[in-house]
Design a protein around this ligand. Sequence first.
Ligand SMILES: *Cc1c(COP(=O)(O)O)cnc(C)c1O
Length: 366
Amino acid sequence: MNRVYNFSAGPSCLPEEVLKECAAEMLDCNGTGQSVMEMSHRSSAFKPIIENTERLVRRLMNVPDNYKILFLQGGASTQFAMIPLNLGIKSGKAAYIKTGVWAKKAEAEAKKLGIQVTEIASSEDKNFTYIPKIEKVTGDYDYVHITFNNTIMGTHYEYIPDTGSIPLVADISSCILSEPLDVSKFGLLYAGAQKNLAPAGVTLVIIREDLITETPRAGTPTMLTYKTHADEGSMFNTPPCYTIYVMGKVLTWVESKGGAEGMKKLNYEKADLLYNYLDNSTYYHATAEKGSRSIMNIPFLTKETDAAKAKEINDKFVKGAVAAGMVNLAGHRLVGGMRASIYNAMPVDGVKALIKYMDKFAKENS
Ligand SMILES: *Cc1c(COP(=O)(O)O)cnc(C)c1O
């Protein structure tokens, strides 16, 4: 067996220990004679599994007691609709900060659902290479929406915007548990699992109880109402059982590495290695501005400025990386170049191997 270093932006690599445990329990989980895939979600065998995952989320993220944890489906993209449908009910107004592709999609969905959207800040002027610094947000907004880590652009908030009593909503799909986060500063946090938590298929929502309403916007489907899932412990319908089980294993792994603090230390070690290399290189450069850089997703370009030649070089880089055991390094078309996603599960050795390859490639191609 030949495992590769997988730099995919999502779905992405999982800790090898977790994959091995899942494999060992595939045919018989905890002496039940079944795989978790085969269990009834209402069985006594599955109940401790979902409870364990929820307990771990609460413990690792220090979630205050007045927040509910929901395990939903439809990805982070479905939250783009659920948030306006459930939260946009007092003034029908919301503020959005535009920092990239996912932020734009979230904003577009709110507009589609009849919310009066104000874009209070944007970094579109510089192709989303930075996070705007905003002053305290005031107004009669029902909520303020931010994308905390911009997976495609490789940017990340280094501060939490002050929204006073207006609920702050954040998409943390690509940075959840990468470092400590003060949950109490947010009204709602959401994350598709396939970046830092589990395989694709479950979306984690952490919502303050007072934001769970009986009366979402008119016409909101039952399945898109937070209360439906909150009242039923995420068991209104069949939850993504197996993914919730794997998430529990990933969270146990995170805990064994020192929790959110441990992840932060590990992630900065990896990100610093790569950024330092990029900042000192005459061949490559990082695209995100200092002060706004993601420690999870790191896009970079070579010095080749001619578009056709750059494409050729990038293709060569990506192909050579595959041959060297490193996959999914192609950049997003909106940024170009390459992108290394180095989520929690990426070992330090993976980043070191990447830098070694980059250095060799630079010498051979400059
Ligand atoms: C991947 C991603 C999404 C989309 O997630 P889906 O689960 O595919 O809907 C949304 N926001 C961010 C920040 C992401 O990284």
